[in-house]
Design a protein around this ligand. Structure first.
Ligand code: ZN
Length: 312
C-alpha cells in the first residue's frame, strides 16, 4: 500500500512537472485582488501605493528568475508630469519595472502592461461625478493587464523551453498621465530598440464578453500578422484592428516603428470610475485571452524577426 502511494505521488509529480506553466484563473485572481484592493488606493502615480504595486511586479519577476533590466535593478525611475493640474504638484516620481528572460537569442519579444491607475481621483481623467477622495481601484484598468503580464512571465520562464527569442517583460508607470512610462522606455531603452521583434500590450483584458469578443489591435503593423493569425484555434472570440497607435503603451513602440499587438476587452460603465472592481472581472475569459496570446506569440516566434509596416 505504501509503495503504491509512493508510485501515485511520483506519477503525479512527474505529470505536474511536465505540464507547461499555463496561466491559471487562481493566480490571475490573486494578482488582481491584491492590486485592485482598497488598501492599494488606486495606485495613483506618485503615491506610496503605486510604489507598492511596482514592488509587487518586481518581486514576482525576481521569484521567476528574470534578470533585472531597469536602471536600478528591476526599476527604471523617471519623473512624470501631470499636465491636467487637479492638485498643485505637477511633477511626480514614477517608474517602469523591467525583467529580462535571456534565451541566448539575438532578438527579443516585449510584453507589457501598465500598473498605475487614477489613485484617489485627484490626477484627472476620472469619469466619476465627484472623483476627489474616491478610490479608483482599476481592476480591469489595468490590474487585469498586470496579472496577464505576470502570468505570461511565469509561463515563458517556467515552461522548460528555450524559445527562439528572448523576452522583456515591462510593467509601465504613468500610463494614465499620457503613456509616459512607455515613452520614457523607448526614449531611454535598456535594450536596443533595433533588437525588438515586436511588442504585445495588455490594457483592460478583464471584461471579456463572449458576445463582443476581445479586440486585438496592431494587425496592420506587420505584413506577417495575417499569416500568424491564420488557423489560430481558440474558444475565445476575437476580432482584429489594423491600428498600431491609440489608447495605450503599444503606441510608444509603434511610433518607433516596432510591430505591435494590443489586447483589449472594451469599454464599460465602470471605466475610469470607482466601481472598476475585482468582483466584476471575467477570470475564465482572461485566462482564455492569455492562452490565445501565447499561441500567437509562439507562432510569431517560428518566423524571422518581423518587418514593420506603417498603418495608413
Ligand atoms: Zn489603462
Amino acid at each position: 500500500m505504501r509503495s503504491f502511494m509512493f508510485i501515485l505521488i511520483a506519477l503525479f509529480s512527474i505529470n505536474a512537472f511536465a505540464q507547461p506553466a499555463y496561466p491559471s484563473e487562481k493566480n490571475l485572481a490573486r494578482h488582481i485582488r491584491y492590486l485592485a484592493s482598497d488598501k492599494m488606493k488606486g495606485r495613483g502615480t506618485g503615491s506610496e501605493e503605486n510604489v507598492k504595486a511596482g514592488k509587487y511586479v518586481a518581486k514576482t519577476f525576481r521569484k521567476l528568475g528574470l534578470t533585472p533590466l531597469g536602471t536600478d535593478g528591476f526599476f527604471q525611475d523617471f519623473t512624470a508630469k501631470v499636465r491636467r493640474v487637479v492638485v498643485p504638484d505637477s511633477l511626480r516620481p514614477a517608474r517602469n519595472v523591467i525583467g529580462f528572460l535571456d534565451n541566448g537569442a539575438e532578438n527579443t519579444v516585449v510584453i507589457g502592461a501598465h500598473f498605475d491607475h487614477l489613485g484617489m481621483g485627484r490626477q484627472g481623467s476620472s469619469k466619476a461625478d465627484k472623483p476627489e477622495g474616491q478610490i479608483h481601484n482599476g481592476a480591469d484598468d489595468n490590474a487585469s493587464g498586470v496579472a496577464g503580464l505576470l502570468e505570461l512571465a511565469r509561463y515563458f520562464s517556467q515552461n522548460k523551453e528555450k524559445e527562439a527569442y528572448n523576452f522583456l517583460f515591462i510593467g509601465f508607470g504613468a500610463e494614465e498621465l499620457g503613456l509616459q512610462g512607455s515613452r520614457h522606455f523607448v526614449n531611454n531603452p535598456t535594450l536596443a530598440l533595433a533588437k525588438i521583434n515586436f511588442m504585445s500590450n495588455m490594457d483592460m483584458i478583464g471584461r471579456y464578453d463572449p458576445g463582443r469578443g476581445v479586440g486585438i489591435g496592431g494587425f496592420g503593423t506587420s505584413d506577417k500578422w495575417p499569416e500568424i493569425f491564420k488557423d489560430v484555434k481558440s474558444d475565445i472570440k476575437f476580432f482584429t484592428d489594423r491600428a498600431g497607435s491609440g489608447g495605450s503603451d503599444h503606441g510608444s513602440f509603434y511610433a518607433k516603428q516596432i510591430p505591435v499587438l494590443f489586447f483589449h476587452t472594451g469599454g464599460h460603465d465602470d471605466y475610469h470610475k470607482p466601481g472598476d472592481d475585482y468582483e466584476k472581472i471575467n477570470y475564465k475569459g482572461e485566462k482564455g485571452i492569455l492562452v490565445l496570446q501565447i499561441q500567437l506569440i509562439e507562432k510569431a516566434m517560428q518566423l524571422p524577426k518581423l518587418q514593420f509596416t506603417e498603418v495608413k
